[in-house]
Design a protein. Structure first.
Length: 167
C-alpha cells in the first residue's frame, strides 16, 4: 500500500510504504488490524509537541509562522513564543525522509492552476519481503487508488480493479 501524505511524506519526496495482512482487529492488541508499515531504520514524521504536550517544541527557521505546515527535521529550531502574534500558526508536523525499506518509494507533488499532479516511482524489484516485485514485465499487476482530502471516511476511489501493464 503506497500512502502519500501531503504534509507528512510528500514534502520530503516520498510515499509511505505500507502493506496489509490478515491480522484481525482487536481494540487492545491490534487496533490497526492488518494495516502495517514496512520497517524503517530512521526518518519519518512526528507531531510537533513539547515535552508537556501542551504546545509546539519546534519552529520553522527564524520562528516564522506557517505555511508551510510542516518542519523539515534538519531545519527545525526551538520554538520561541515571543516571535508570534495572535492568529499565527505553527506547523504541526516534523518530517524527515524514511530510511530503510519504508523509504523506497519516491514522489513529487505539484499544485498548479487548480490541479494537483503527483508522480510516484520506485525500483521494479526492491528485494523486500513486504513489496510486490515487478520482475515479470509481461504480467499485469492489479491495484487500486483512493484519493481523499483530510477525510477519515467516505474516501473517493476508482471503481473496480486497475491494471498496471509495462510496455
Amino acid at each position: 500500500m503506497w500512502h502519500m501524505k501531503g504534509v507528512r511524506t510528500a514534502p520530503v519526496g516520498q510515499v509511505d510504504d505500507q502493506y496489509l495482512d490478515d491480522t484481525r482487529y482487536d481494540k487492545d492488541k491490534a487496533p490497526g488490524a492488518g494495516r502495517k508499515s514496512d520497517p524503517k531504520t530512521g526518518g519519518g514524521y512526528a507531531d510537533n509537541l513539547n515535552d508537556a504536550k501542551n504546545g509546539p517544541k519546534w519552529a520553522l527557521k527564524g520562528n516564522t509562522p506557517a505555511p508551510p505546515f510542516w518542519i523539515v527535521d534538519g531545519e527545525k529550531e526551538p520554538f520561541d513564543d515571543s516571535k508570534y502574534k495572535a492568529g499565527d500558526e505553527v506547523p504541526g508536523m516534523v518530517v524527515a525522509p524514511f530510511a530503510g525499506d519504508r523509504g523506497d518509494i519516491s514522489a513529487t507533488m505539484v499544485y498548479k492552476d487548480g490541479v494537483r499532479t503527483s508522480v510516484v516511482w520506485r525500483k521494479l524489484a526492491t528485494g523486500s519481503e513486504y513489496d510486490v516485485q515487478f520482475t515479470d514485465l509481461k504480467k499485469e499487476y492489479a491495484f487500486g487508488v483512493a484519493v481523499f482530502d483530510n477525510a477519515q471516511v467516505r474516501h473517493a476511489y476508482a471503481p473496480g480493479v486497475l491494471k498496471l501493464k509495462f510496455e
